[in-house]
Design a binder for this molecule. Sequence first.
Ligand code: GRG
Length: 301
Amino acid sequence: MSGIETRLRANADDIADTLASLLPRAEVDGVRCAEARLLDAMRYACEGGKRLRAFLAVETAILFGTDRGHALRVGAALECIHAYSLVHDDLPSMDDDDLRRGRPTTHIAFDEATAILAGDALQTMAFSILASEATHENPFIRCELVACLARASGARGMVGGQMIDIEAEQADEPLSLAATSRLQRMKTGALIEASCAMGAILGHASATNRRAVEYYARDFGLAFQIRDDLLDAIGDVAAVGKAVAKDADAGKATFVDLLGIDGAKERAALLTEQAKAHLAPLGDRAAPLRDLADHALDRKS
Ligand code: GRG
């Protein structure tokens, strides 16, 4: 395993432990509560995944000298939002996917109504984690974290991007490169940018340093999405852990359609270099973020 793979693994394990302790328990003293099915579905939806958004938040916070325990809670909140978005994205009324993270999607493993409710509850849980004093003793920092995550995941961020994506599938004309970039910056990029921003908020970063990690995340997020499009076009279902070759069939506007396979690879490589260049003012401290950008460019899942 390379250094970055070991670091990602260690972070993913810590996030899994943090989530396991934060998620409400279905069973107490051998007795299952009445809402146990919902709680089981929430846990199921949170299992697995690369924990990339958490990694960005934790590594950013640590590079600004934050306590790791606080950073892990912020990472867990981000992963709750991410897990909710995947559960809802996989629903029959959206992408209608049966496979996610190499196993049945939440609505297949449970049922559609339970999956919707589990997504809803994961969303509110994310904000409840951030609002807790255990995340940061300073209420102004907690408010800033809540506002940042709300902005990124709401109508002008992830959910707005999803709306544009759904409408684009039904449109007669494919989206332009500019419109596709904007849509992806909202749908996938906003939460990735918020991950670094929240790490910077937690670490009391200066305005200049916060901008550096946000610009990094913006370019990294787009490169990450282009790699996602490439995996859909040329990836292997067993390695990717979800259905592939779906985007073209669904009429989605992808970077592969717009740029071709080689063009998309070139664009992702350029964005990765740009992302790393933004970190120059942070010196060696930002090495894990640089390594992550290189690693993501080559990822197979
Ligand atoms: C339904 C509100 C709502 C939003 C959905 C983010 C999103 C919007 C949908 C996710 C669907 C998707 C496949 C987007 C492409 C990029 C992406 C976010 C991939 C999944 O993220 P990874 O690769 O997943 O980080 P893991 O499983 O590793 O956590």
